[in-house]
Design a binder for this molecule. Structure first.
Ligand code: ZN
Length: 147
């Protein structure tokens, strides 16, 4: 897989120094998602305060794309509202479906634009989306629990 060197560095940096990779002991919802085609696994905890995302913590194993993507997600979404998170997630989904034709909006996606090149490799898109699917699942469960 050929990715831009700078982007590769961003991904490797998140892989080696993952953000928020330490499961919090208290949370509103916990989910476990797997990507069998690659062997990626993550457990992700979400804590909300009303509409605000107070905390996201996680643990996992798998390829650099899957682990870097969830690390980037936590950096992006903690402290945001659920509706802001939805806009960011939609933008990332759109980028992943672009088959390499888009570079992503850096104002919205920040480090996540480093994953743009992954959209050219259908087998790896599930790796990049694993954490995002887990977050979506966990946030829906957290909302249901708190309502
Ligand atoms: Zn993977």
């Amino acid at each position: 897989m050929q990715l831009d060197n700078l982007y590769q560095e961003v991904i490797l940096d998140h892989y080696k120094n993952p953000q928020n990779k330490k499961l919090a002991t208290s949370y509103d919802a916990q989910v476990h998602h797997i990507n069998p085609s690659c062997g990626d696994e993550i457990t992700l905890n979400v804590t909300l305060d009303g509409e605000m995302i107070l905390a996201i913590s996680w643990d996992g194993v798998g390829c650099s794309i899957s682990q870097a993507s969830v690390s980037i997600l936590t950096d992006l979404l903690i402290g945001k509202s659920l509706s802001q998170a939805q806009v960011i997630s939609d933008s990332f989904m759109h980028l992943m479906q672009s088959k390499g034709t888009q570079t992503g909006d850096e104002d919205v996606l920040e480090d996540a634009v480093a994953l743009a090149g992954v959209s050219q490799y259908p087998a790896r898109i599930k790796c990049a989306l694993l954490g995002w699917m887990a977050f979506k699942d966990a946030s829906v469960q957290a909302m249901a629990k708190n309502s």
